[in-house]
Design a protein around this ligand. Structure first.
Ligand SMILES: [Fe+2]
Length: 776
């Protein structure tokens, strides 16, 4: 029980500058060799229960490869470049000194020893603490075999310790434009010096995050052999800025909805707290408190679900008329010592009635632009009544370190830490407004999703983009659904689909508006049912291909169950006067070019334009609802009116700009000489009444075509690629929707025309969604 042994190292609170490493002669004259650097222990691993999540002060890369094990933070693989970043301490003031120490050891003797120790000056192009966690640069400072290493400098150890078990101490003192870095390895328990190394590096190189690394180099693929383990991480010195507000967890963020059940439960608050994977020995529940007047009252305790590490509160008969501060509270237990109490506070907004409803609509966040601050901050600034994220809250490559396809447990952890980046980026926005968030293909680790009512994908070796069914274990898919939708109102019909996979379609009534929430591809047929010719089963690259042949009998789009729901919803006008359909993608092929400026595709079966008969039937069902359809997925903003019998006889669709466009698309109808009629009076290119590549009728009012990306800095690149967000103002008095498509870099609170893509904003009336057209 190592946790109960007093640890000598943790009682050492300071290192004497210079003398510790015996290099005082080389210190700058301005440095006071007797100055103390107060060191503070920054981890609690010796007291933490065995578990995956290593604590709120850290980000582990990747989370699934680390465990707290018997008082150590232990890497579970000898694969290379696994790291733990401090998220609360960065080196920001390179005029000052710093020092750190840590105890480390190989978990087992490593054949492929790539060393371990610190990494200094890890920073992204924006040197922001969250994005720095995923940067690959920095200076290694550690032990590799029988040497100490700082950058390119090396020094042999006097004595080689077994399993590289050492205490590594490093001190940095500024001299001219450089830091003198002094590192010492000493024997745990005795403090006997085993070796030392001094070098100099340009001071600016140390700006950024500090981390510890298991295996500076090593196998590229995960191995079953554990790597290094660490404990007693101490840090100090005025070069560091310590900001405990930057801690992340144990409550990572919350999401909630408020919805009028129009039944005995009245307005129902559902609120989910997302926690890091705390362990089975940790506290099992999360408390919800609300503030009335000056008093905080506990309104519920919710048990933590141990697959998704979430806790969902459901409070019926909520007073929707007042703004209510809330906090969720989690008590973190330790193997010894006092528990710590953690809170996440926010606001339950009042039901927005008697004024226009403000909806922020977002989609697709590719983490080259993480943490998406220009969008996240603009969303907060716009004070939305609700947030809507329509899918691709993550991509498979997020945070690096690959995709785990199975078994379920590691696949879930691999998913969760990618999803956590979403909360890290948008948690502040979600803290103070209701949120609807639906999963799309990448959230379940697919290039495209053709859900086939929950079937398991066959022929697993040939990618995930062009085949029906789910590739990932059903348990993981359910965790994806649960972490996205557990705070939504209950599903219309919660009966699971094949493999016991959950569903989440249903309605939400709020602010005099009824929202239908769909999983628009959960039941959809896969493209193997039709023949698109050579190449990918879901792509039609040939402009002369007859796409009518792809509209075969029996193909499914929304599926019978969701169609039944939509029929009821379209005709149920209790408790609201306007409707919005929220789903993943647009019911039409609103892109001519995919992946590259010249990547022409006549048709993409992943669009909601296929199968055509299912698409027409879906539009026929939603027409009486006069709903605006808000979707995403395409990474290409578009404003379209659907047609079935004739052009412009049905609902409008707003496909919002992606938060950060990865794979780009273009709508270049004029360049492809596609015939059109009735170009809108603004006269913009590529607009008017078209048949898409699948033959669907659509009136293209505007598109937000991107530039070809040339810039590298993340935010400029995202801007150039046509990123941004949608903002819809629903005026339930005037019965209008005002549609805004904001660019990535803008200030949406001024009315500058350049803030929006060409063709936005636009006001449409409710009845234009059934073809009573005013827009010209
Ligand atoms: Fe996407």
């Amino acid at each position: 029980m190592s946790d109960l042994r007093p640890n000598r190292r943790s009682t050492i609170k300071s290192l004497v500058l210079g003398s510790a490493a015996g290099f005082s002669a080389n210190l700058p004259e301005t440095a006071d060799a007797s100055a103390l650097i107060e060191l503070e222990q920054i981890d609690k691993w010796s007291r933490t229960h065995d578990r995956v999540w290593i604590g709120e002060e850290f980000w582990s890369n990747p989370m699934e490869d680390w465990r707290i094990n018997d008082g150590w933070a232990q890497c579970q693989t000898s694969a290379e470049a696994r790291s733990i970043h401090s998220v609360t301490r960065q080196i920001t003031n390179v005029d000052e000194s710093f020092a750190m120490s840590i105890e480390l050891a190989q978990s087992v003797p490593l054949k492929n020893d790539g060393g371990a120790g610190f990494k200094l000056g890890v920073r992204s192009d924006i040197n922001e603490f969250r994005s720095n966690c995923f940067a690959k640069n920095g200076i290694n400072a550690g032990i590799i075999g029988n040497e100490l290493v700082i950058g390119n400098a090396r020094a042999a150890l006097d004595i080689k310790p077994a399993n590289s078990h050492v205490i590594l101490s490093i001190i940095g003192a500024r001299k001219d434009g450089n830091y003198i870095l002094q590192m010492v390895a000493s024997e745990p328990g005795t403090d006997k010096k085993l070796g030392q190394l001094q070098t100099q590096v340009p001071a600016q190189q140390l700006l950024g995050n500090v981390a510890v690394v298991s295996q500076f180099s090593g196998p590229k693929q995960r191995t079953g052999t554990p790597g290094y383990k660490f404990r007693n991480w101490l840090a100090g010195g005025n070069a560091f800025t310590h900001n405990s507000d930057q801690s992340f967890g144990p409550i990572l963020w919350t999401m909630y909805t408020l919805s009028d059940s129009r039944a005995e439960d009245g307005f129902v608050l559902k609120l989910t707290a997302i926690l890091g994977p705390v362990g089975t020995d940790d506290s099992a529940d999360v408390e919800l408190q609300v503030k009335h007047g000056d008093a905080w009252t506990t309104v519920g305790k919710a048990e933590i679900d141990q697959d998704s590490w979430t806790a969902t509160h459901r409070i019926p008969n909520w007073d929707e008329t007042t703004e209510t501060p809330f906090k969720v509270i989690y008590q973190q237990e330790y193997k010894s010592g006092k528990p710590t109490v953690h809170e996440w506070a926010g606001t339950i907004l009042p039901n927005p009635i008697g004024r226009p409803f403000r909806l922020a609509a977002l989609t697709c966040q590719n983490d080259y632009a993480f943490p998406y601050a220009p969008v996240a901050e603009n969303v907060v600034k716009m004070k939305p009544d609700m947030l809507y994220f329509s899918g691709d809250q993550l991509y498979e490559n997020h945070g690096g370190f690959g995709v785990i396809r199975g078994p379920a447990k590691p696949a879930i952890l691999n998913y969760l830490r990618k999803y956590y980046q979403f909360g890290w980026g948008f948690g502040e926005a979600m803290r103070h407004a209701p949120t609807v968030v639906i999963p799309d293909d990448h959230d379940v680790f697919h290039g495209n999703i053709w859900g086939e009512s929950g079937a398991a994908m066959k022929d697993l070796e040939r990618g995930t983009s062009s085949k029906g069914g789910y590739r990932q274990p059903a348990e993981m898919v359910n965790v994806v659904h649960h972490t996205h939708c557990s705070h939504h109102p209950e599903s219309f019909d919660p009966t699971p689909v094949k493999q016991n996979i959950s569903v989440y379609y249903g309605d939400l009534v709020y602010g005099d508006v009824s929202f239908a929430i769909l999983g628009d591809r959960q039941f959809k047929s896969g493209p193997e049912h039709v023949d698109t010719g050579p190449g990918r089963a879901d792509h039609v690259p040939d402009q002369d291909f007859d796409t009518n042949t792809l509209d075969k009998d029996g193909l499914v789009l929304f599926g019978d169950r969701q169609e039944l729901f939509l029929r009821e919803w379209a005709n149920d006008w209790r408790g609201h006067s306007m409707k919005v359909l929220l789903s993943q993608t647009v019911l039409g092929g609103a892109a001519t070019h995919h992946g590259g400026f010249k990547g022409y595709l006549k048709a993409d079966l992943d669009s909601g334009g296929w199968p055509q008969t299912g698409r027409d039937r879906a539009v026929d069902i939603i027409r009486p609802s006069m709903a605006l359809h808000i979707n995403g997925d395409q990474h290409l903003a578009s404003l379209i009116q659907y047609g079935v019998e004739k052009q412009r006889d049905s609902n409008w669709s707003f496909c919002t700009p992606a938060i950060a466009v990865g794979y780009p698309r273009w709508w270049r109808a004029d360049d492809m000489n596609m015939p059109h009629k009735n170009r809108p009076k603004h006269g913009l290119a590529h607009t008017g009444e078209f048949l898409d590549g699948l033959g669907n009728k659509m009136y293209v009012y505007s598109v937000g075509n991107p530039d070809v990306a040339t810039k590298r800095p993340r935010y400029q690149r995202a801007h150039q690629k046509g990123s941004g967000f949608g903002f819809v103002v629903i005026d339930t008095d005037r019965k209008t929707y005002t549609l805004n498509a904001y660019r990535f870099l803008c200030d949406p609170t001024d009315d500058a025309e350049k803030n929006q893509f060409p063709g936005w904003p636009l006001v449409i009336h409710q009845d234009e969604n059934k073809g009573k057209n005013r827009v010209r």
